[in-house]
Design a protein around this ligand. Structure first.
Ligand SMILES: C[S@@+](CC[C@H](N)C(=O)[O-])C[C@H]1O[C@@H](n2cnc3c(N)ncnc32)[C@H](O)[C@@H]1O
Length: 362
């Protein structure tokens, strides 16, 4: 058994690595913008999404598939219906950021009811976290017979139609932050080596590309833009446009700007500060679904659905599924299913903040 001292030391070491990286980047450039800061914390070696398992009751956060199997079952039946009605042949099933593998595992349990679906499926899991890949491998290998393909970025070489889906994936992308004071000002981060602290600095935005992008926020006082998220989404839209299929994106976010910063840092289920626990805490921001819809439209894709998670789950049969699962169960289990159902659908919980965007090309 590891002593707590050892755990503390490894945490400090990994924090120092990320801290040193951030400091050296700042020293090199004088200052870095918020998205550069987040990118180092999340995506560099030893960064939060490179090698830690953050998902679970004892970790930093919990996601819908981890709350209940019903989430994956409803999404799974939607996917299989879509495949039966629109594809019917060989296809790619692609999950972006599968976490512990729970969602794909529940989807495959539903998929296993249709032998043809499973036989004609090329399963690809896009994940860059090696600890999570190990978890995904053990979960999927234990229950199913086909061979998934793991890659760490979106490079699909075949031309089959694809069903691409993700839950809480696009909120992981770094964002730039702006506020308006007559003109748009971008938040930057600098480092005071005497006091050994990070602090925010402001720079007026001169880049014409950004100024153009900020136009849609002109009636608002603040803006968040994720260039890497937009680039990624554009890439999968282009792929779908070329090879046909569907993209199902579930995440928390908004259609119209919300006029407040949504950047959130979470350490062990508690809110923290961006400058704390470097490399050891979750950093997320609301997804600008309005922008994703624009990108899909620019790629001539059809917007099939944009709705709340609550509506998506209820329209696609969550309530009858819950009642079915409750049958012949003891009181404790029935109550748990009821509680999970509420967590997924109630407005005060995940029901309204989480949105479902489905875009397609037939
Ligand atoms: C918030 S977790 C969600 C996990 C899972 N979808 C769920 O709902 O439980 C984000 C997942 O995306 C992965 N991830 C984040 N950014 C990624 C990227 N750029 N490429 C591949 N995977 C990424 C993380 O490692 C993690 O598996």
């Amino acid at each position: 058994m590891l002593s707590t001292n050892y755990i503390w030391n490894t945490n400090i070491l990994s924090q120092m690595n990320i801290r040193e990286r951030v400091i050296s980047q700042i020293k090199e450039k004088k200052s870095i913008d918020v998205s550069e800061f987040i990118n180092i914390c999340l995506n560099s070696n030893h960064g939060y999404y490179s090698n830690k398992n953050p998902i679970g009751k004892q970790k930093d956060f919990i996601t819908a598939p981890e709350i209940s199997q019903m989430f994956g079952e409803i999404l799974g039946s939607y996917i299989i219906n879509y495949w039966e009605e629109n594809i019917g042949g060989v296809f790619n099933l692609i999950e972006l950021g599968p976490g512990k593998g729970t969602l794909i595992n529940d989807i495959l349990k539903v998929g296993n009811l249709n032998k043809k679906f499973i036989k004609l499926m090329n399963l690809t899991l896009i994940e860059k976290n090696y600890q999570l890949i190990d978890l995904q491998k053990s979960l999927i290998k234990n229950q199913n017979t086909y061979k998934p393909n793991w890659i760490n970025d979106f490079h699909i070489n075949n031309k089959y139609p694809s069903i691409i889906f993700s839950n809480e994936f696009f909120d992981c992308f770094p964002i730039k932050q702006f506020y308006k004071k007559e003109k748009w000002i971008e938040k930057y981060i600098e480092y005071n080596s005497v006091e050994d602290i990070f602090y925010f600095e402001n720079k007026s935005t001169k880049d014409s590309y950004l100024i153009n992008k900020l136009k849609k926020f002109n009636n608002y006082n603040v803006a968040e833009i994720s260039l890497s998220r937009e680039k990624y989404f554009n890439k999968i839209c282009q792929f779908i446009k070329k090879n046909k299929g569907i993209i199902i994106t579930i995440d928390y976010g908004y259609l119209e700007p919300i006029n407040h910063f949504s950047l959130q840092t979470i350490y062990r289920h508690k809110k923290s500060h961006l400058f704390d626990n470097l490399g050891n805490q979750d950093i997320t921001a609301f997804v600008d679904f309005g922008e994703l819809i624009n990108i899909a439209k620019e790629n001539n894709l059809t917007i099939d659905t944009y709705c709340s998670q609550k509506d998506f789950l209820l329209i696609n049969g969550l309530e009858p599924r819950k009642i079915n699962l409750q049958r012949n169960k003891d009181n404790t289990m029935r109550q748990k299913l009821e509680k999970d159902f509420k967590r997924l659908t109630e407005s005060s919980q995940m029901g309204e903040d989480f949105k479902v965007l489905i875009v397609s090309c037939l």
